[in-house]
Each structure stands twice: as C-alpha cells, then as structure tokens.
Write a protein that binds this ligand. Structure first.
Ligand code: SAH
Length: 341
C-alpha cells in the first residue's frame, strides 16, 4: 500500500520484529516521519507513547500487541495496522515499457509499490521511481552502450543475494524483459538458486517507439508481418536475404551503430533502393526525433542528423503510411518527420 501523506515532524511508533516491520519502517521513513521501533511486546513501556502521534501495528504473530493497541486507544493516539513483510524474498522481473511512466502496467506499478529494493536499467522509466517505489532502495545497474558498469553475472548475483536476505526485489527493465533484455537469463539464475521469481510483461519499444512517431508496424494491404531484429552485431548475408524475402516490416533495436552494414546488406539482397526507412530516437522523451529516408539515403541522412542510440529503426512501406498520417495532422503532438524523398 502506498503512503502519500507527509509526516514530517510526526513521531510514529512501529511495532513488530525487524524482518516483519522493515517495509513499514521504510514507508514511514519515506513519508518523513520520525520512526520509533518496538520489536517485542515485552519491551513495551506506556511512557513510550508520550511523544507519539501515530501507532503502526505490524502483526508479526507475537502475542501481546493487544496491550499496545488498547493503551493507544485510551490515549486517543491514531492507530493503523500494517501488513507484515513476508519472511521469504522474491524476484519480480518487470518490463517498464519504453520510458514514459504512463506506459508502466498496473501490475508493474503494484510490484514497485511492494518492493524493498529495485535494480533498474538505463532505459527503464526512472523519473518517478522514488514515488512509485517509496519503500525501496533504488540501485542503478544501468549500462551505457559499450560500457558495462555492473556485469550481467553480478546483477544476477545481486538479485539472488537480496532475495535470499528476505527482500522483495524488483528488477526493472526497459520495454519487455524478454525482448533483448536478458530477462530469461535472470529468470534462469533465480530458478537455479531456488528463489521464487515471476515476470511482468512490458510494452516493448519495438512496437511502441514506432507508434510514438505515428508509424504502425502493420497496416492492412501494406504489411501483414513484422520482424524484430537485434542490430547489436551485423547480420549475415543469409539473414539479409531472408529478411528481404519476407517482404514485411523490419524493426531493428540497437541498430544505429550497424545501420551502414544493414542498409548495404539489404540492398545486396535485392531490397528496393526506395524502400522507406525511419530512425526514431529517444521515444517518449521530450527530445524524441524521427529521421526518415530510403534504403539508399538513410545512412547519409542519419549521419548528418547525428542519430544516436537509443533508437528504433523501421524499414518498410509502413513508414510511408506513418508519414501520410502525420502529414494529415491527425496525430497530436507528433514530432514532424522529414519527408521521404
Ligand atoms: N527490452 C527492450 C529492448 C532492450 S534493447 C524492449 O522491449 O523495448 C535496447 C534497445 O531498445 C535500444 O538500443 C533501442 O533500440 C530500443 N529502445 C528502448 N527504449 C527506447 C526508446 N525510448 N526510444 C528509442 N529506442 C528505444
């Protein structure tokens, strides 16, 4: 449960053993209250209530808390009951969507609210994390392209260590955890360590970032399939041939660095030189930008626009559909794309 009240200047007495009350303690601290702890009913002394404005009872199963409740009522001190934190920790892999807080799912928001610790990535929605996860320690394990501040195996070890210490761990990732997100590796590590782990799907940038630029990945009678490809490493000529042969939309993630090889490879494989291509950078941020061209012009266009990661590339006739829609000014707040030559 979220605590949105500002308790600055209030003293709150929280009952319950350390493990059971830890989440309540962090939530009240996040609400700026001064927290006093009472871990055992036997340690209760009525004078403890003297300067207390609120009593938060965490029922951790110890007999004897009723006396604290009775006396609080007698002194007309407001009383609230808090759920005990579970003794067993867990890991929740959460897809955070493409960056905008509004594109988090309700399940993602609920998991964040309950989290004791959040390990988040560079492309995860981080702007509102302190509000979304008020009780959690926030740990940035983000990777810059080419730099790996925390290696993947260490992230997995961290997840497991926190969970084995009894914490509810949220692993917050950009987009969907199972789309180029190494989510399945983290799930496998948790399973191997015997840590309960669940997955909350997220909105993938593969679909959402083109949409933010007004480009549909499918459109009746234009494209009835889309393929999502990683551009992390250049594709093989076989792959260029297969992609070209499919004749549908191609969506490339992590593809800015390998765009020259991709454009040349698709051209070698016989793709039309005038096939529309769009590069959509920083989707859903104030600096979102769309650069467009054709298979033969996009490398120069992206170079002169200094396109950078993170960006989603879209190759296919749907790009023209998107430009026509945007041209008709039906979509509010769209960045104005450069016309396809
Ligand atoms: N699991 C993520 C993808 C991780 S790979 C998902 O499902 O979206 C990281 C790549 O995603 C980036 O290099 C970029 O290609 C793309 N990406 C993620 N967020 C983006 C955004 N807001 N704008 C543009 N591209 C984005």
């Amino acid at each position: 449960m979220e605590l949105r009240v500002d308790l600055a200047g209030c003293t709150v007495l929280i009952t319950g053993g350390e493990a059971a009350s830890r989440r309540a303690v962090r939530r009240y601290q996040a609400a700026r209250a001064t927290v006093q702890r009472l871990e055992r009913p036997g340690d209760f002394d009525p004078s403890m209530l003297d300067d207390v404005q609120l009593v938060a009872v965490v029922d951790d199963g110890q007999p004897g808390w009723a006396q604290v409740e009775q006396l609080s009522r007698l002194h007309r001190i407001p009383l609230t009951h808090e759920e005990a934190a579970l003794a067993n920790g867990s890991v929740t892999l959460v897809g955070g969507g493409p960056g905008a807080t509004g594109l988090l799912t309700l399940h993602a928001a609920a998991a964040l609210r309950e989290a004791d610790v959040v390990l988040f990535d560079r492309l995860a929605p981080t702007a509102d994390l302190p509000d979304l996860a008020p009780a959690a320690e926030l740990v940035d394990v983000g990777k810059q392209p080419g730099h790996h501040p925390i290696p993947q195996r260490e992230i997995e070890a961290l997840l497991i260590a926190h969970a084995l210490a009894g914490r509810h761990v949220v692993r917050l990732k950009g987009g969907d955890p199972f789309v180029f997100g190494r989510g399945s590796e983290e799930l496998a590590a948790c399973v191997e360590a015997g840590v309960p782990c669940r997955v909350i799907a997220g909105i993938s940038s593969a679909i959402a970032v083109p949409a933010a630029a007004g480009i549909p990945v499918t459109h009746r009678e234009v494209s009835h399939l889309f393929t999502v490809v990683s551009g992390h490493a250049p594709l093989t000529d076989d792959e260029h041939l297969h992609l070209t042969g499919l004749g549908g939309t191609i969506v490339v993630l992590m593809g800015v660095g390998t765009l020259p090889q991709l454009a040349a490879g698709l051209a070698r494989a016989g793709m039309r030189q005038d096939m529309p291509v769009a590069v959509v950078e920083r989707g859903y941020s104030p600096s979102q930008r769309t650069t467009t061209g054709t298979l033969s012009t996009i490398v120069t266009a992206a170079g002169s626009a200094r396109c950078q990661s993170p960006a989603v590339l879209v190759i296919g006739e749907v790009v023209r559909v998107g430009l026509n829609l945007a041209g008709a000014a039906q979509l509010a707040d769209l960045p104005q794309p450069v016309a396809v030559p």
